[in-house]
Design a protein around this ligand. Structure first.
Ligand SMILES: NC(=O)c1ccc[n+]([C@@H]2O[C@H](COP(=O)([O-])OP(=O)(O)OC[C@H]3O[C@@H](n4cnc5c(N)ncnc54)[C@H](O)[C@@H]3O)[C@@H](O)[C@H]2O)c1
Length: 336
């Protein structure tokens, strides 16, 4: 297979690339390295069946050329992570809406199957648990920047459905809180990275709010398994699937667990949201995926227990100098 992975130098994308290269595919990564890291894919550089194109998905000519040369497209490139969205709302919306439109249009033009990364953020602040794919979205006002990410991913899904209605083979995946090696502090799974870094540095683990908000964390290997299943299951085309783990943990308990697994003597400190995100930030109290559809259609089953996944992540963080501040660490990080 000739495979195009947009965002392939990113956290999830690079793990997907490892699997694809490992099974013998010709892999091309299109990534502008905005949040992706060359170190995530350095071990593939120079291999005959691997190519990196350092360019933005907003460049339609490049996207067209690369999509035409591929058999399948995995579209993961996006502006990800609350800090980035809050910092540059316009850039984030443009990448996540216009960029996805360009990639989808190219897939339609050259008639290529496409697997599209969406997010549990699409559900917004819905308190329903578990969340099924056809459940309502519940969002705050448009004056709250945070919701632009949710809305942009939802627009991407609408675009995808519109192309699917015209026959394009497209599968949409909503990832729920992914963590694992190559995680980065400002990314989507920021809380796991932040706690590990704080614990390894002996600094207080800062829990936002009262810590009773819960999340379901999915080890990156399980996320990638879901992506590959979606690509190889024809019945999945035209559908959206939750991909994640259904095991729920409060953020306070996550802090306690990471403290224990790292053997850290750090305190756990509660910090109001407004100190980080300003007055108008809204968080989601709970977010649990309903995995029945993914199990039924894709045969998807997350396998890595949280404690085991965290141990592997902590081990990676130790090896990759999470003891240093990010600015000094970047140059020292190496591949897997
Ligand atoms: N990590 C999670 O928990 C999570 C949860 C839900 C959804 N997702 C989705 O999964 C996908 C991958 O996320 P990730 O966690 O690996 O984040 P990431 O930031 O590590 O990966 C995104 C990649 O896209 C690249 N990129 C950004 N803008 C680009 C542009 N204009 N042109 C080309 N490349 C560009 C970045 O450099 C990066 O390599 C994203 O679509 C994200 O929305 C992630």
């Amino acid at each position: 297979m000739r495979v195009l992975v947009t965002g392939g130098a990113g956290f999830i994308g690079s793990h997907l690339v490892d699997q694809l290269v490992g099974r013998g595919d010709d892999v091309c990564v299109l990534d502008n390295l905005s949040t992706g890291r060359i170190d995530n894919i350095r071990h593939h550089l120079g291999r005959p069946r691997f190519a990196l194109v350092n360019e933005t998905i907003l460049n339609a000519d490049v996207v067209n050329r690369l999509v035409e040369a591929s058999d399948i497209v995995f579209h993961l490139a996006a502006a990800v992570g609350v800090p980035y969205i809050m910092e540059d709302p316009l850039g984030a919306i443009s990448t996540n809406v216009e960029g996805t439109e360009i990639v989808l249009r190219a897939a339609f033009r050259f008639w290529r199957k496409i697997v599209l990364a969406s997010s549990s953020e699409v559900y917004g602040k819905s308190t329903k648990a578990p969340l099924a794919e056809d459940d309502d979205r519940v969002l705050g006002p448009t004056t709250v920047t945070r919701w632009s990410y949710s809305s942009s991913k939802a627009i991407d899904e609408h675009f995808a459905y519109a192309y699917a209605a015209r026959g394009l083979p497209v599968v949409i995946l909503r990832f729920f809180n992914v963590y694992g090696p190559r995680i980065h502090e400002n990314g989507y799974g920021t809380v796991v990275a932040r706690f590990i870094q704080q614990a390894l540095n002996g600094r207080p683990l800062t829990v936002h709010g009262d810590g009773r908000q819960t999340r379901c964390f999915c080890y990156v290997e399980d996320t990638v398994a879901g992506i590959l299943l979606a690509a190889q299951t024809p019945e999945a085309e035209g559908h959206v699937f939750n991909i994640g783990s259904a095991v729920e943990i409060s953020i306070h308990d996550l802090a306690r667990l990471i403290k224990r697994l790292t053997g850290s003597s750090s305190e756990i400190e509660f910090v109001p949201y407004r100190d980080y995100y300003g007055l108008h930030f809204e968080d989601t109290p709970r977010r649990v995926p309903d995995l029945r559809k993914a199990r039924r259609v894709l045969g998807y089953e997350p396998r890595v227990p949280l404690e085991q996944g965290l141990e592997r992540t902590i081990e990676w963080c130790r090896r990759h100098n999470f003891l240093l501040p990010p600015s000094r660490r970047a140059v020292q990080v190496t591949g897997s």
